[in-house]
Design a protein around this ligand. Sequence first.
Ligand code: HEM
Length: 415
Amino acid sequence: MSEIETASDTGSAEEAPVFPAPRSSSCPFAPPPGLLALRDADLPARRVRIWDGTTPWLVLDHAAQRALLSDPRLSAGIGKPGYPHTTEAMKVHADEMQPSINNTDGPEHARWRRMLTSSFTRHRMEKLRPAIQHITDDLIDKMLAGPNPTELNEALSLPLPSLMICELLGVPYEDHEFFQKHAGITNAVNQSPEENARTAGILRNYIAQLIEAKMDDPGEDVLSDLGAKIKQGLLTMEEAAPLGHILLVAGHDTSANMITLGTALLLQHEDQLTALRTNSDDPAYVTKAVEELLRYLTLPHLLARRAVLEDFEFEGVRIRAGEGVIASLPAANWDPQAFPSPEELRLYRRASHHLAFGWGPHQCVGQQLARIELQVVFSTLFRRIPTLRLAADVADLRFKEDSQAYGIYELPVAW
Ligand code: HEM
């Protein structure tokens, strides 16, 4: 028998543990214990069974994930053989899905990234910081003037990133209830393929109408830029609308979940919260704290997923064309080799090498925006409301295990 591991060495389809594993109710902020228990010092990958009975490779280690997520033999193409789909809806509609930024590879993917590069540079995002601070202060003023206790998603977590992404894309904020509701439906793991397609279609039509209007009357926003590219023949509406849809959904739902989860987590760690409040004027401290919160919570808990394009051997495991790979980002961020004592929340640790924004060519386009939003919120919220506390037991909170972005459905807070 060769030195190289085969499927049977690393678990057959019948033996393969189920992915994703459930979270522990006593520690809902931590990755599932059953996931972390699969880590094996000798093997970089092992088979797991996902919802459709297929058995892709699961990669847990930080170093292995960085290597694989930048390997061109792995594809983000959701229609490629072996791609481990997150949901039934994704699998059923994989072949009809328009090529876009999140499901293409190589030069085709680079073309999509180039379309957004200038809109999301660190410099441009940094220029938004004063507006983000202003909106955050305004929302906190309203929160303080309103009912106590209140629900944090409604009061702060959703409005801030929604306002910002609306401003960037040129989407009217008055429509926030409409797009937040539809984003929630498309992100749900258990949504039927029909409902998912219907909802995604509604959002894409909505974006297409906005782009069409901006082609006649452009503004300084991303949808106007896409409209201009259509006019120049560089892009079609069939391509532009799904891209706008991805940006709108990814641009508000992720940051919103991080604000709510991060607040709840900090309220469980009095010592860390006190340190953050004390250092809230120190940008270096706040920057580090946000990286640690991103690491600890890793809200894209079901990502990242790829299809294998050609056979290769990876650190003793033979991986074949047509198989799937899941790089579990929460597991990488709790890898003790990369982050000593990962279960300890230490806001001042060096955590910026976390993989919460992914790794390789598909690394998050909106990460600078998300970082600034989180830095502003976490340095402002606890300074402005030092008595902020949870108005519910953690055991009674509903965590979003059934959504593609982990979070908390409602977070009642009081002060
Ligand atoms: C805390 C907030 C966020 C987190 C944790 C997050 C996480 C991620 C991750 C893990 C990926 C890579 C997925 C993969 O490799 O398959 C990704 C990609 C992406 N994200 Fe984010 N994201 C956040 C905020 C945002 C925001 C604010 C935007 C838009 C303004 C955005 C837009 C995108 C886009 C367009 C992609 C696809 C990039 C590509 O495939 O090339 N994200 N994000």
